[in-house]
Design a protein. Structure first.
Length: 101
């Protein structure tokens, strides 16, 4: 992947948020911008820099439409067995995901 350019301020702010989260003050960042402006690339940069000290979970929307309900969250739940244990997550043979809360 090509080096990230001209996003020092954004990366610094997001890494600051990570430090807050580590200190027990979690927060939500919403990255918005025009298509192709670099939102996903910025998220990758944060994930790369945080990977050695944090668990990174990805859930991506499906651009073409027709994705299953809650698709990004299903990916997150499937990505981490800890969540599966918390929520008593079961996947049927046909790929249907059942969650018992
Ligand atoms: N600051 C940057 N430095 C280097 N490359 C970048 C930067 N921002 C974006 N790119 C590159 O530009 C392309 C488009 O970026 P990206 O996919 O992150 O955009 P996006 O905002 O997530 O788009 P979309 O709205 O379609 O999801 C990618 O190849 C990405 O690596
Ligand atoms: Mg994107």
């Amino acid at each position: 992947m090509a080096p990230l350019v001209a996003r020092e301020r954004e990366v610094e702010e997001l890494l600051g948020g990570l430090e807050h989260a580590r200190a027990g003050r979690g927060r939500l960042y919403v990255v918005v911008g025009e298509p192709g402006i670099g939102k996903t690339r910025l998220a990758h940069e944060l994930a790369t820099q945080a990977a050695s000290s944090a668990r990174i979970l990805w859930g991506l929307c499906w651009e073409a439409g027709g994705a299953p309900p809650y698709w990004p969250w299903i990916q997150v739940l499937r990505d981490d067995n800890t969540f599966a244990r918390w929520f008593d997550l079961e996947e049927d043979g046909d790929g249907t995901l059942s969650v018992t809360l």
